[in-house]
Ligand binder design. Sequence first.
Ligand code: BDP
Length: 675
Amino acid sequence: MSPHRIFLSVITALICLQASAGGRFESVSWLPVDKVRKRAKVVLLDKTPSTPTVNIAVKELQKYWDGPEVRLGISASESLPADDGYTIARDADNGVSISSRSALGLLYGTYDLLRNPDFEGTVREKPFYKHRILNHWDNLDGTIERGYAGKSLWRWKELPDRLSPRYQEYARANAAIGINGTVINNVNASPKTLSREYLVKVAALADIFRLYGIRVYLSVNFASPMVLDSLPTADPLDPAVIKWWERKADEIYSLIPDFGGFLVKANSEGQPGPMDFGRSHADGANMLAKALKPHEGIVMWRAFVYSPIDADRAKQAYMEFQPLDGKFDPNVIIQIKNGPIDFQPREPYSPLFGAMPVTDEMAEFQITQEYLGHSNHLAFLAPMWTEFFRYVNPASLKAIAGVTNIGDDANWTGHPLAQANWYAFGRLAWNPALTAREIAGDWITKNLVDISKTPVGVVESLIDMFTTSHEAVVDYMMPLGLHHIFAYGHHYGPEPWCDVPGARADWLPKYYHRADSAGLGFDRSPSGSNAVEQYPEPLRSQLADMSTCPEEFLLWFHHVPWDRRLSSGRTLWEELCLSYQKGCDAVEDYEKVWKEARPYIDPEVYADVRERLATQSRDAKWWRDACLLYFGQYSGMPLPKGVDKPAHSLDYYEKVKLPISNYECPSPKLLDSVR
Ligand code: BDP
C-alpha cells in the first residue's frame, strides 16, 4: 500500500470510529453491538467451505458472540430447511450448532443467534417469500422521491472507485433481517441508469451486497433504447428494440452475474411504456422477461396505473390488468400496491390480489411515510401490513417489496423509531405470520431499551405506543375510510378544500371525500361506482352494504348521511369528530409514555423523539381542526362534547402553505413559522 493510501485508510478508520461513537442509532439498531467480553470459538464443520459469506458469519460471531463455541455446518441434508433456511441447536456439550444447506443460511442463522442468544429448543427457520426486496426511489442526482431521511445512500459521483462504509453496513443490516434484494433506483427511472457509466457503478455496489446475499435490481425506463441509443422506437415488438434489450441484459450480466432483474413503472404518471406504441403491458413485460430469461432474471411489472378508463380511480388498475391474466411470461411478477389507490393511511386491499390466478403477484408496501407524516410522525407500520395479510392470503403472493425509508441521515431513517419499520418489513417478508405486537416487542426490547433494567410497565407502554400509533395517525388524518385529502404535492398536511386549476381531478381531495350537505364519502357501492364488484364474495356483499361494511372502510365505499347512526350509536358526524379527537389524544399520551421511558433510553434518541412527538401532536391538532372546520360547513352540526374547539378559523388553515418539495420533510420550526 502506498503511504498515501495508508494515510487515507487511517483517516477513514478515524472517521468511522467517530461516527460510531455518537448516538446509538448511528449504527442500524438491530446490528450486534460489541460487548467486549471473552470471545467464543467459532468452528467450521467438516466440508463446510470458507466462502466469503461463510467468512462473514465467522467474523460476526468472532466479534460479537460471547457465548459457548459455535459450529457452522453446511450440508445437503434434506432434513434442513430449504431456501437459505437454517437450524440453530444446542449440542450435548452446550456448544451451539448453526446448520444450513447454504452459506447464506448460515449467515441468516448467525444474525438470528446474535439477536436471540437465549433461544430455547431448536430454532428452525426458513423464509416464506423467495424475494424480499427493498425499493429505493433514489434519483441519480442524490435526491430521493418521497424520502425523508436525507439524500441517497448511493454516492454516484464517487462510485465505483470510492466505497462508502455505509454500503456494507446497509448490506449487513438487511441480511440481518433476511432481505435479499434491492432495487437501487427510482421507479421514475432515468434512462441513464442503464448506461455503461452507471452500470459499472452499480456493479461496485453489487460486489459488496453479494457477500450478504443481496441481489441488485434496477428500475428501468421503457424508452431507454430511444434515449440512450437513439432508436426510433421502443416498441416491444420491434426487432431492433428486442435486440437492444437482449444486448443490454448481456452487458449487465457480464458486469453483475447475479443481477436480479428489472422493476418497471410503465404508462403510469407520465412514464413511457408499451401502450405508447399500441402494445399491452404483457407485450412490454414479456419482451423484457425474454431478454432476462437466459440469465435467470425476473421482471417486476408494476400495476400502479390509473388511466381514466373508468370514472373511479380505485377501479382502474384492476380493469387494466385483470384481463391480462395468463398473458405474462413465467419470469414476470406483477407488483401491486397494497391498496387500490396509493399508499393512503388506510386502504382496503387492492382487489387485483387473487384476481389473476395464473399470474405471479407480489405486494408493494411503502415503508417511507409519504402519507403518514413523513419522518416527523411516529407510525409503526406492522399493524397496517398485518391487516393486509388478514385479507390477502400470504400464500397467494410470490414476493414482497417495500419502498424504503432509508437515506444518508446519521440515523438512517430520519425518525429514529422509523428504523423499526425497516425492521418490521424485513421480518414480515421472512414470516408474514408474525404479529405486529411480537415485532414491536422484539425491536423495543432488543434495540430501544435494556430489558434487564427497564420496568415491565414501561416496556408494555412502549409496545402499546408502537402498536397503536398507525391507527392514531389514521384517526387524526383520515378516519372511517376517508382518503387522499392531503395537501397537493408534498402530501404532508390537510387540504380537503384543495383546488388546483388544471390538475387531474383524481389528484384532488374533493374527488375523494365528496362532502356535501347530504353526507360524506365516495359511493363505491352498486348504486355508485360499483368498485365493490371487483372484490370476491362474501366480502363484496359485505362492503356493498353500508350497514355491514367495516367502519374503518365506511367512507371509502359509501357516501354516508351526516346523521346516520354508526355501531357506537353516534351519528357519522359525531363519530368523525371523536375519531379526530381520539387521534390527538393518543399522541398526547405518547408524549407521556415517552417521558416516563426517559431514564431507560439513550439520551440522544430520547431528545430527538421527544421533539418529533411534540411536532406530531401539533400536527394532529392541525389536521383535526382543519378537517372538522371544513367538513362542518357541510354537516352544519356542532362539535360534540369531548372535542376540543379549533384554535383558529378555517380561513387561517386554508392559508397555510408549506414551502417544501416532494423531497423534504418539513422541520418543526418551519411548521411553526407557517402556521
Ligand atoms: C406515489 C408518489 C409518487 C410515486 C408514485 C409511484 O406520490 O411520487 O412516483 O406513487 O408509486 O405515491 O410510482
